[in-house]
Design a protein around this ligand. Structure first.
Ligand SMILES: [Zn+2]
Length: 230
């Protein structure tokens, strides 16, 4: 099942649940303290939650028990960087007058910063990228150093060919018009459930992935390393 289809299914369930809650715990019937929860995250902060597979350069070594370890953080260092949860403000993106708990109000965090090129994409795009490479898609994997030239040749071929088979048009689902009960229990006609947008994948996006992958593969080749994702 593709991620988008999963979300569309979730949409249906969520819509049904929302109506159940509306009937039993209607605003009018219960004096519940109003939570001051509000999502004040910027688009950039939200983006980080939706994209979830990293392609990067990895280095393999044997540990003391002789097992192979693929180290995704070999090329880089820990540094103090701006907190991505609060966008360095030190304030919670969810509550007024509360410190960000991810950086404890400091606005900065000590995090791993890669010196190697890396690319962060959504799960569905990560799967499509692996298909482009001729691989069986998975949430994590490694391409060993010795196999890099073959894959780089394939990427260069793809770059110069028609990549339309890897694109996907955007679409919209859910948010159907129907009958529902409002907070006062009156019948109304309107949008039920939430609307899901699938942003699709354009040809220029696919070409952009190929360029980024080539940088990652080249760096791995130059540094006697592998390419990994997860
Ligand atoms: Zn923070």
């Amino acid at each position: 099942m593709r991620a988008f289809e999963f979300l569309a299914e979730l949409d249906v369930k969520y819509g049904a649940k929302r109506h159940t809650i509306g009937d039993i715990y209607g605003k009018k019937n219960l004096k519940v303290p109003t939570a001051k929860y509000k999502d004040k995250r910027t688009k950039k902060q939200k983006g980080i939650f939706t994209e979830s597979v990293d392609f990067t350069v990895t280095k393999s070594y044997k540990d003391d028990k002789g097992r192979t370890v693929n180290d995704m953080s070999h090329f880089g260092d820990r540094k103090d960087v701006d907190c991505w949860v609060c966008d360095a403000s030190g304030k919670s993106p969810y509550y007024d007058d509360v410190d960000c708990d991810y950086c404890e109000g400091k606005g900065q965090r000590n995090e791993f910063v890669s010196d190697a090129p890396e690319m962060n994409v959504s799960n569905s795009n990560a799967f499509e990228i692996q298909k482009m490479l001729g691989l069986e898609p998975d949430y994590g994997g490694i391409i060993e150093n010795k196999d890099l030239p073959n894959f780089m040749r394939r990427l260069i071929q793809l770059k110069n060919s028609d990549t339309s088979q890897y694109t996907e048009p955007g679409s919209m689902s859910g948010g159907k018009t129907g009958r529902y009960k409002d907070e006062e229990g009156n019948d109304r006609i309107g949008k039920t459930g939430i609307t899901m947008y699938n942003m699709g994948r354009s040809d220029s996006q696919v070409k952009g992935y190929i360029d980024e992958l080539l940088k990652i593969f080249k760096f791995a080749q130059d540094n006697d390393a592998d390419v990994g994702w997860g």
